[in-house]
Design a protein around this ligand. Sequence first.
Ligand code: HEM
Length: 450
Amino acid sequence: MTTYDTLSPAPTLAGGLPLLGHAPWLALRPLDFVERLRDHAPVALFRIGTRSAYMVSSGELMKDLLITHQSKFEKGGPLFEQATKLLGNGLAASNGEFHLRQRRLSQPAFHHSRMGVYARAALDAAVAVSGSWRDGEVVDLGRALNDTTMDILARTLFSSLTAEAAAEIRRCLPALVAGVGRRAFIPVEFVHRLPLPVNRREAESLRRLYEVVDGIISDYRASDLDQDDLLSTLMLARDERTGAGMTTEQLHDEIRSMMVAGTETSATLLLWAFQVLAGRPDVERRVHAELDEVLGGRPVGYADLPSLAYLGRVVQELLRMYPTGWILTRRATSPVVLGGHRIPEGADVFFSPYALHRDPAVFADPGRFDPDRWLPERAAAVPRHAYLPFGAGVRKCIGESLAYAEITLILASLMGRWQMRSVTGRPPRPVAGSTLRPKESLMRVEERRR
Ligand code: HEM
């Protein structure tokens, strides 16, 4: 009889070094490495240092990991633990019953009835950044898009934000996002406590960000709470068993989670969009033709989204080729079987949307940017859990609809007026850090000639 103990262990990837294991490959050639693991086996064993880890790389097994057996896994793993020191116990980092409760309480803020209001914030931010550019100038587009998504998130969280508070959030938030990323890749506590200028600057920005958010929470507590935004929703939410609301510390943690999870992700995808389209005039021409046909020169609005079908497919394809969450981790909280192999309690289990989305067995010619692979008749052939830019199950991105609306509307708005051109003339090169971003951030903005 087959029991857990008689099951075979997952096949180990060759090439592990004494003491280091496969860590050098993960650090130096991360994108090749996750594809190598995928090609090795649907569940592959590898080592980071002396510690074993598993990579799960098939759509079917993603369902087992993220949905069927989700209660046997929690957020955890080496890339995660240090990073969460800055996140506190917010939605992106908490686990178990507490996470489920916070998720339930936060969900109404992402209801589709709210999207129109958030879309307004996105469009206002797009108009502001668009108005700041001059024809032919070279801009740091990565930075401009980061500022734009930070503004949008700040206005989504706090609808009555003052201009000074918005500017202060924009100044201090990058330190939080960068700090989470740095801790994921240098998971050694004392390094982040050394009295270095970078650590001092980070500490100052985090302190200031905390003060600004604290002031906003106090203002909300002192006034009418129902301001139709994310913070009011969180403050008005009551636990259905105890009737208790969230403490101020909990509100801080939830806000930090949203700020980190919801800004660089969208900004990076937008940067990919402009970098990729600069090298694909055929795709750019089709987007322009659709914008002209649907909008006829007027500004885009939230209600136009269903009519911008080609642009929607471009966004889907960008999320396939460049999923910002390119590698994600879980920790097994009890022994579990995946793909017929035993995974012991405490094991680190990785999955890579990047490797899944480039599996040639699922996506023909996976390195080709082809938005039409998302035409309904072709998309129907993609297995349900083989495409996971927003994850799946109880940890699925809570901001998915917001992200789609925000990204599509910003693209439509900026592409109506501007064409971005590569400064280097080279295809964009990916850098896999805490997100998957293009190496180049500078682009030339040119007024679109119709
Ligand atoms: C292109 C844009 C985005 C991408 C690709 C993205 C991707 C993801 C992914 C893959 C996860 C799941 C992580 C895991 O399973 O370990 C996630 C979780 C999350 N995302 Fe997003 N996200 C985006 C935008 C946003 C936005 C705009 C917000 C909020 C306003 C947001 C808030 C969150 C939160 C709070 C979580 C944690 C959810 C939980 O664990 O319950 N994200 N995101």
